[in-house]
Design a protein. Structure first.
Length: 368
């Protein structure tokens, strides 16, 4: 299938005083799977509608390859969109739903049958072609919606929160199927979701959005391990990154983080990639997998601290543990058979590579 790059250049869409999309620029390479990730109201669906041609920008340009499609009607853009609510025609069979766009283009009946059958077999719904949407499960309806998009042989595949109406197990299965489908077809895809797990699983590139702007874009690994600010740090990751407000103190042995009853020696600022200070207001961030718990007693070395077990949350393969240090709480991920109990005093340490520091005023990252 032919693919094409997609370029969004300085797109703006406002409704009165509300800027739903605010001077947004994005380059989507040929065949890439790009996710627009953010909470409700951040502008991700509006951006997708602008790309699809369902809405028009106030300013800016949309390029499909070298072609300016900013004012091109939706049906002439060679893009296909899968909606959150599937938008199937209830009185049509699965076959008719999938082939409807081909019928509108007056394609020969033999071609329609061939292409619909091919797509249906690819999605494992060939045996459902004579059923109507009301006779299908949610997952089957989602496959029909995907098939209706794929049969158009689009240059760009657009997906607007397509799994949000499915239960957790079916969402996970559909994520896997869409990933396989993308790898098999190589079509340029733009996916919208508020679910960071979906974004991490599917994407080549994640664009985290807030108030109509892209706050950070990068690979899933980059977004997760090097969040640009506290907004990204909290939004991406499950459980959320633990954040503790405090300050940095410079001593003979290096830098120490101090926040309430928590004091952690971090070592030399240069080793952390810490820029020039002073830093009177900082926020320490740490992910659960970067916290090591030692139930037997105190440990020595950098990035160690004492804490009390405030809560345990078993999830099967792991257990999440809330470590209380005064008013501060840090969540650790531990083995399910680790011998700890509520109220127990323990020692803990942070992996040096997993220490994140943010400016307390701006929220921006201050370590490399």
């Amino acid at each position: 299938m032919v693919v094409a790059s997609l370029s969004l250049r300085n797109l703006t869409r406002h409704y009165g005083h509300v800027r739903a999309v605010d001077d947004l620029s994005l380059e989507v390479p040929d065949g890439a799977f790009v996710t627009l990730l953010g909470p409700s109201g951040c502008g991700k669906s509006t951006t997708l509608n602008l790309v699809a041609g369902l809405d028009r920008p106030n300013t800016g340009t949309i390029l499909l390859g070298d072609r300016d499609v900013t004012r091109v009607p939706p049906n002439e853009r060679r893009m296909a969109m899968v909606f959150q609510n599937y938008a199937l025609y209830p009185d049509m069979t699965v076959f008719e739903n999938i082939g409807f766009s081909l019928k509108l283009r007056r394609r020969p009946a033999s071609e329609i049958t061939e292409r619909v059958t091919e797509v249906a077999e690819m999605l494992d719904i060939g045996h459902l072609l004579q059923r109507k949407p009301a006779q299908l499960s949610g997952g089957q309806q989602q496959r029909v919606a995907l098939g209706r998009a794929l049969v158009k042989q689009p240059l760009v595949f657009l997906l607007d929160e397509p799994f949000s109406n499915l239960d957790a197990a079916l969402r996970a299965r559909m994520r896997t199927e869409v990933k396989h489908l993308h790898l098999a077809l190589g079509t340029t895809s733009v996916f919208v979701t508020h679910d960071q797990e979906e974004a991490m699983t599917l994407s080549d590139l994640i664009c985290v959005m807030r108030e109509g702007k892209i706050i950070q874009s990068g690979s899933p690994t980059e977004i997760y391990t090097k969040p640009r600010n506290m907004y990204v740090a909290e939004f991406v990751g499950k459980p959320r990154m633990s954040l503790v407000a405090g300050s940095l103190e410079q001593g003979a042995e290096g830098v120490a983080f101090v926040g309430g009853d928590l004091r952690i020696e971090l070592g030399r600022g240069g080793d952390l990639g810490l820029g020039e200070g002073p830093w009177p207001s900082v926020v320490l961030g740490v992910r659960s997998e970067d916290v090591m718990v030692y139930p037997a007693g105190p440990v020595s070395g950098l990035a160690t601290f004492a804490a009390t077990v405030g809560l345990t949350e078993p999830i099967g393969s792991d257990t999440f543990v809330e470590l209380d240090v005064g008013e501060a709480t840090i969540i650790a991920r531990v083995e399910p058979d680790l011998p700890i109990g509520l109220g127990q005093a323990i020692a803990a340490a942070l992996r040096p590579s997993g220490i994140h520091l943010f400016d307390g005023e701006s929220g921006e990252r201050i370590v490399a």
